[in-house]
Design a binder for this molecule. Structure first.
Ligand code: UDP
Length: 324
């Protein structure tokens, strides 16, 4: 298949591109490089540097005999989305409407979309399955929920078929070291720990240690990007074979606390992670855990790279490479 990967120069997108190439698909990348990196591009692939708000550019890209689209181009900082909802509405929602319209206008039917566990909000039960009520706590999460609703309507009215992948905590780097571009201004736990080890920031602040969990710190479901990437490949193949639209959680169904992540990082890297306890971060639930049963059944997918040691060592390798 010829796949247009929108946001293919980003952290998750570049891993998806690599997995698609490995599965012998032709790939073109569409990215405005606002957070994506030129170093994440592969020379063999066509690269279109453009914004998803540019309808003509989208349409031209789709007219190159594209069979399906993977859409990962989005703003994703939860805190920022509460400060600048206009920017999130424009980029995430209007940008996606442009993609849906361009697909409808060019007859490209199949779409794999990056959604997020942020659509669920505070869990009413764990593990969270796809039937869990949606109550996003951030504007970012709302944009993902809203787009899923658009996709359902376009399915009914325009014959779109989609797989919406609700990622839990995306972590890790390509274990072969081919994709190793570091995210700009990372906000997540693993990159922050790496920066603390390397002295790029004074210390990790652990947000809250009085949660109702075994050690008082929050528990999350950390899934390796290579496992996320393989789910995209399987989702595209599923749609290509005539599968129906789906909304699927992607997680490991195992949880680790922030302190467990710190301890594992110290063990794997052999370095001290300087940290201090700080106030809770608003909107952080104590425990988030996925049920990924549906993805396992429907896509015949299994996470095989998400062992904590792999996650941490691959991240550490990428950070060490960048600090050479
Ligand atoms: N976290 C933390 N300090 C940080 C960043 C994150 O203690 O500087 C915690 C956060 O409270 C959460 C976990 O690490 O429990 C994972 O946070 P991240 O921002 O990576 O992902 P999220 O769970 O918010 O999607």
């Amino acid at each position: 298949m010829h796949i247009l990967v929108i946001g293919g120069a980003g952290y998750i997108g570049s891993h998806v591109v690599k997995a698609l190439m490995k599965a012998n698909h032709k790939v073109s990348v569409f990215d405005n490089l606002s957070s994506g990196l030129e170093s994440n591009l592969f020379a063999q692939n066509k690269f279109i540097k453009a914004d998803i708000l540019d309808y003509a550019a989208l349409k031209n890209a789709l007219l190159e005999k594209v069979d399906a689209v993977v859409h990962l181009a989005a703003k994703k900082a939860v805190g920022e989305s509460m400060q600048k909802p206009e920017m999130y509405a424009l980029n995430n929602i209007s940008g996606t409407i442009n993609i849906l319209n361009a697909m409808a206008g060019t007859g490209v039917k199949n779409l794999v979309f990056s959604s997020s566990a942020a659509v669920y909000g505070n869990p009413q039960y764990v593990p969270i399955d796809e039937k869990h009520p949606l109550n996003p706590l951030s504007f970012y999460g709302f944009t993902k929920q809203d787009i899923e609703n658009y996709m359902r309507w376009y399915e009914q009215l325009k014959g779109l078929r989609f797989v919406s992948l609700r990622y839990f905590n995306a972590v890790g780097y390509d274990e072969e070291g081919i994709v190793h571009g570091l995210e700009k201004n990372p906000q997540n736990l693993l990159p922050i720990m790496m920066e603390a080890i390397l002295g790029k920031r004074p210390k990790l602040q652990i947000f809250g240690h009085d949660y109702d969990t075994k050690d008082g710190t929050c528990i999350r479901d950390y899934i390796h990007v290579t496992d996320l990437a393989s789910a995209h490949v399987k989702a595209l193949e599923f749609l290509h074979q005539g599968g129906d639209s789906q909304i699927l959680n992607l997680g490991t169904e195992k949880g680790f606390s922030v302190l467990e992540m710190v301890q594992a990082t110290q063990k794997v890297t052999g370095r001290n992670v300087p940290y201090e306890f700080a106030a809770r971060r608003p909107g952080d639930p104590a425990i988030i855990l996925a049920s990924a049963k549906k993805a396992r059944q429907i896509l015949n997918w299994e996470p095989t790279h998400s062992q904590l040691e792999n996650i941490i060592s691959s991240t550490w390798n990428a950070y060490q490479k960048s600090s050479l």
